[in-house]
Design a binder for this molecule. Structure first.
Ligand code: ADP
Length: 251
């Protein structure tokens, strides 16, 4: 490692850490992160999710977690849990006051009592800001999954995200295409609302692995809003299978 760079640390008890990132907000990053975590937990691995989305933490809502986390005798935070996945979130700790956010981030990265985990999934904030850099430089990440819609405006930002992770030596596990196709529930007609195969094309151009496709479906959205994500609520549905396929590729 070059001198002057902060030293990367492992997280005690955690075997593997992957991040889920996107260039833009609203492309389905948190939905992917939670469904991947739940899918991997369904394969009998011990999984946690760390919600580092500073200005839009959505993991508490996605897992229907409302309680405040407790601390142990050392002052470390004890994660909450639902559906067999442990969770810690910015949303449990802070509002949007930046100095407090950066302090809370340090606490989330270094002072959580995860116990033994096979995998920790980090839900990154969108974009390429200080939080992403801090996490990439302080934590030993096994890799990052990038998610984008097939729309050009999202792909431009996804490329910027991928380039940033490459610069800080975080391996890119691949790109997931979200909201690529809407199938009309009445006539089964397929509509490519945000364009078709834009992510596949970008992944080829960038030499990155294409990890799969998640359709645009009201069920994914509604079940997320209820705090009962599709992978746990409808594990045999086509939507859940799509998330599980991605999960298998990154395990
Ligand atoms: P991000 O983390 O990128 O900001 P979210 O995961 O919060 O995005 O998703 C943004 C919105 O889109 C949420 O309302 C979510 O339920 C919805 N959403 C995400 N993926 C899908 C999908 N494949 N089909 C339908 N709705 C989705």
């Amino acid at each position: 490692m070059r001198r002057g760079l902060p030293t990367k640390k492992p997280i005690h008890g955690v075997k593997h850490i992957i991040a889920v990132a996107s260039g833009k907000g609203g492309v389905g990053k948190s939905t992917l992160a939670i469904n991947l975590a739940l899918a991997i937990a369904s394969f009998r691995h011990r999984v946690g999710i760390l919600d580092a989305d500073v200005f839009g933490p959505s993991i508490p809502r996605l897992l229907n977690l409302k309680a405040e986390p407790q601390t142990n005798e050392k002052g470390d935070l004890i994660p909450l849990a639902n559906f067999g996945v442990k969770a810690m979130s910015m949303g449990f700790l802070v509002g949007e006051d930046l100095p407090i956010v950066m302090k809370a981030l340090q606490q989330l990265l270094h002072q959580v009592q995860w116990g033994e985990l096979d995998l920790l999934v980090i839900d990154m904030p969108p974009g390429t800001g200080d939080t992403q850099l801090t996490i990439s430089q302080q934590i030993v990440l096994d890799g990052v999954v990038i998610v984008s819609t097939p729309q050009d405006i999202a792909l431009v930002d996804a490329r910027k995200g991928a380039n940033m992770f490459t610069k800080v030596n975080v391996p890119i596990l691949g790109i997931v295409q979200n909201m690529s196709v809407f199938v009309c529930p009445n006539c089964q007609h397929k509509v490519h609302i945000f364009g078709q195969n834009g992510v596949l094309k970008t992944s080829k151009e960038m030499g990155l692995d294409y990890l799969g496709d998640i359709p645009l479906d009201a069920d994914i959205c509604e079940l997320s809003d209820f705090g009962t994500p599709v992978v746990v609520t409808k594990p045999d549905s086509f939507n859940a299978q799509c998330y599980k396929e991605v999960a298998k590729k990154i395990m």
